[in-house]
Design a protein around this ligand. Structure first.
Ligand code: ITT
Length: 200
């Protein structure tokens, strides 16, 4: 069975992509970057989600000699011209402080009325082969931003993004409901087709 590596130490993402590859009928062994602890994380020096996803996928494919998948994602707010975007994980200064990031964003948008609170989650998923072949698939989840957080599920900005057509925030959806419509789910499902052609 072919082995495919996913450039993340987040086991939730590994499980999500494993399920999507299975649904696509692909018989691949998917492992996270944790399986290769000696390989350092690559700095995310790109200025787009796609550039960062490709940087991570190529670095892992080169280092292991195996096909690698990576993703980069974030929240893009219309009235902020697409910010936080690639800076989503460290918007308040410290990488991964979800609560501080969300509170800073709510404060910045304090005076912005509902009709102008459009935003979307974006994800780029990249596949790189050891010979340098590369492919990227992108997905978006469109919505509006609440003025206060609601819900306990998910992570990051989930408590303030209400998908279009929903009355609940992403943090109030079940994991299955969110995966079915999410930016990452869409990007991974599109990339799974390409993985099937080039790897499977
Ligand atoms: P890696 O270790 O895989 O890089 P990460 O959590 O650092 O995971 P991501 O690229 O997945 O980075 O996401 C960047 C930030 O964007 C993340 O910290 C959240 O603040 C936000 N974000 C991305 N996807 C999200 C989602 O589905 N729900 C809520 N927030 C999300």
């Amino acid at each position: 069975m072919s082995r495919l590596i996913l450039a993340t130490r987040n086991q939730h993402k590994v499980a999500e992509l494993r399920a999507i590859l299975g649904e696509a009928g692909l018989d691949l062994e998917l492992v996270g970057a944790d399986a290769y602890p000696e390989i350092p994380d690559v700095p995310e020096t790109g200025v787009t989600f796609a550039e960062n996803a490709l940087l991570k996928a190529h670095a892992l494919a080169r280092a292991t000699g195996l096909p690698a998948v990576a993703d980069d994602s974030g929240l893009c707010v219309d009235v902020l011209g697409g910010a936080p975007g690639i800076f989503s994980a460290r918007w308040a200064g410290k990488h991964g402080d979800d609560r501080a990031n969300l509170e800073l964003l709510l404060a910045q948008l304090g005076d912005i009325a509902d009709p102008h609170r459009g935003a979307h989650f974006a994800c780029a998923a990249a596949l790189a082969l050891p010979d340098g072949t590369e492919r990227v698939a992108e997905g978006r989840l469109l919505g509006t931003l609440r003025t206060a957080p609601a819900g306990e599920g998910g992570f990051g900005y989930d408590p303030i993004l209400q998908p279009l057509g929903e009355t609940r925030t992403c943090a109030e959806l079940s994991a299955e409901e969110k995966n079915a419509i999410s930016h990452r789910g869409k990007a991974f499902r599109a990339l799974a087709v390409v993985v099937g052609e080039l790897v499977g």
